[in-house]
Write a protein that binds this ligand. Structure first.
Ligand code: NCD
Length: 374
């Protein structure tokens, strides 16, 4: 590990951070360099519109690259007190509804705090038992009611397809506000996939990004929506190979495998982690989704075969990446956290910045954002 000596120099009103490597070479701190380039960032030739965010299949490579760039740019501006204060007025005229009737810690908190970063005010329902659904109100009427008060609906529900239904329903009303899918049952989790792409791209910054990488996904691939969504995004990257490591009962579902085949993305399935671990550039570990059990099927799995602990670290590539959407169970030993290849805490934090980028995009505030960076 290179140890850094950090020296602060005053230049005008802004401290300029110079990082001196032990070798004596001087390098500017990444964020200082980024702040400088941000001032002169040219408008992208093709700016994408984002109305509803429902399904990862709606994204192309250009859009993903734009989102990764915007995420870093928002983080960069937020690194100074002045920049953060400016961000907090960017969308201060907007309000968001967080309708999360399925349990959530990270997705809820990161969306809530992304809203706060941008000045968006939030309302929330976290249990249908506290809403008029207990009085028999239909979900359609509930959603239409949210639309009377806010400018965007961010929703996580146990039902597959409800965000899609809400977006179509609202489009047919006089208040067609954007809907963001924050997790739809066992099916999809598109904003998690965006933050996973961002984390992978940043982790592979020095080795050419996601293109050409071998990515392993392990655990409950049948019922884990994060890996299902991430698979959908892989068509946007060149020469990616996927390795699925799962017990037979929780193999990747046929719909995803068919999608991969259609897009000529090679994938390999195994139950033997040790046989493939050394070939992977990234291992994306997931937990067993026992809340979806019908007959206690999770208890039948020998989880030790689908876990990462300190004993595996020697087999993982020196520039490999260990990810997990969290929350974790016994499949990821906390002793791994100290390893520099463990990126899941960073992944979690990236979620807030990526979601801030999503909201900026949904409200078409990128031009105003870049003007404020000058
Ligand atoms: C995931 C989810 O809710 O699907 N968590 C998250 O959003 N970070 C993963 C999980 O619950 O296993």
């Amino acid at each position: 590990m290179v140890r850094y000596r950090i020296r602060q120099r005053e230049r005008g009103r802004e401290p300029v951070v110079k990082v001196t490597l032990e070798s004596g070479d001087e390098e500017n701190d990444e964020w200082v360099i980024r702040r400088e380039t941000l001032r002169s960032r040219q408008k992208r030739e093709r700016q994408h519109r984002l109305r509803h965010l429902i399904d990862p299949r709606q994204f192309d490579r250009d859009f993903l690259d734009e989102m990764c760039e915007l995420t870093t740019d928002i983080r960069t501006l937020a690194k100074t007190g002045e920049g953060l204060l400016s961000l907090q007025t960017l969308l201060a005229h907007k309000r968001a509804m967080l309708y999360f009737t399925q349990p959530s810690t990270r997705t809820f908190l990161s969306f809530n705090n992304a809203c706060h970063v941008l000045g968006i005010r939030t309302s929330e329902i976290r249990e249908s038992s506290t809403s008029s659904e207990v009085k028999g109100e239909s979900i359609e009427d509930s959603i239409r009611t949210f639309s009377s008060y806010v400018d965007v609906i961010i929703m996580r529900t146990i039902e597959k397809g409800l965000a899609q239904h809400a977006s179509e329903m609202l489009d047919a009303t006089p208040r067609p506000l954007p809907v963001i899918n924050a997790g739809s049952g066992k099916d999809q989790h598109p904003t998690q996939a965006l933050l996973d792409i961002y984390t992978l791209e940043r982790s592979f910054d020095k080795t050419g990004g996601i293109d050409g990488k071998v990515i392993g996904m392990m655990g409950d691939l049948a019922r884990g929506r994060t890996v299902r969504s991430l698979c959908y995004l892989m068509k946007n990257y060149r020469n990616v190979e996927l390795v699925f490591i799962a017990p037979h009962a929780f193999e990747m579902e046929p719909d995803i495998k068919q999608h991969l085949t259609e897009h000529e993305i090679p994938f390999f399935e195994t139950t033997k982690l040790d046989a493939v671990l050394g070939d992977l550039d990234a291992i994306y570990v997931t937990r067993i989704q026992s809340e979806h059990d019908v007959n206690g099927e999770s208890a039948l799995i020998d989880l030790s075969q689908f876990s990462i602990g300190p004993e595996h670290l020697g087999s993982i590539k020196s520039d490999g990446v260990i990810m997990h959407p969290l929350p974790r169970g016994p499949e990821l030993d906390p002793a791994v956290d100290r390893d520099p290849r463990a990126k899941y805490w960073r992944q979690e934090r990236n979620g807030m910045w990526m979601r801030a980028a999503v909201l900026t995009k949904v409200f078409e505030a990128e031009t105003t954002f870049y003007e404020r960076c000058r």
